[in-house]
Design a protein around this ligand. Sequence first.
Ligand SMILES: [Zn+2]
Length: 204
Amino acid sequence: MFLMSASEKSNGINAYVTGIGSSKRFVMWDTTMDRMPDDEIMFIFGHESGHYVLNHIPKGLVMTMAGSLLMFWICAHLAEWMVRRFGERWQVTGVGSRAGFLALVFALSLGGFLSTPISNTISRQVEHEADVYGQEAMHGLVPDPQKTAVSAFNHMGEAWLEDPNPNAFVEFWFSSHPSVQQRAVFAQHYDPWANGGHGKFFMK
Ligand SMILES: [Zn+2]
């Protein structure tokens, strides 16, 4: 576990889990420690623990590798098609030529833009799973997990100057996390312990 002196460079509130093998680590920003109440720090730690326990990093790496393979294959064909279709006008003789490399880069940048909502939709799903894990992890440790989670999302939204009501399409295309509003609304209503039930990841 590391405490990072983020306050030297940022006003944001954050924490993250990253690395594989011996480089696996949890990193908490000092801004979070200094400005968030203890209960909310526990929720943030719970969320990051979710990424750790549910193996989101290795799963993400495997998905990125598989996705890259597919993306490179598609873009290679796209570049070849572009050169066949526009090569004469662009004065590009083939993808293998020096100018053809630019056609390949162009195809990759198009592919990257068009695949953004796919990777972000997966990312938002993973973040949601970590939110559920975090809220369940602090159940029994804080008086009111719903209230703590909602307050934490409000604090984060304020710190990052997030749009409280983002355009749904912009969020679909560009956001790696669900909006703080959506996360807060979910947290407010997530109460699997009502009527003696239990959560998805913890049995009590
Ligand atoms: Zn996360």
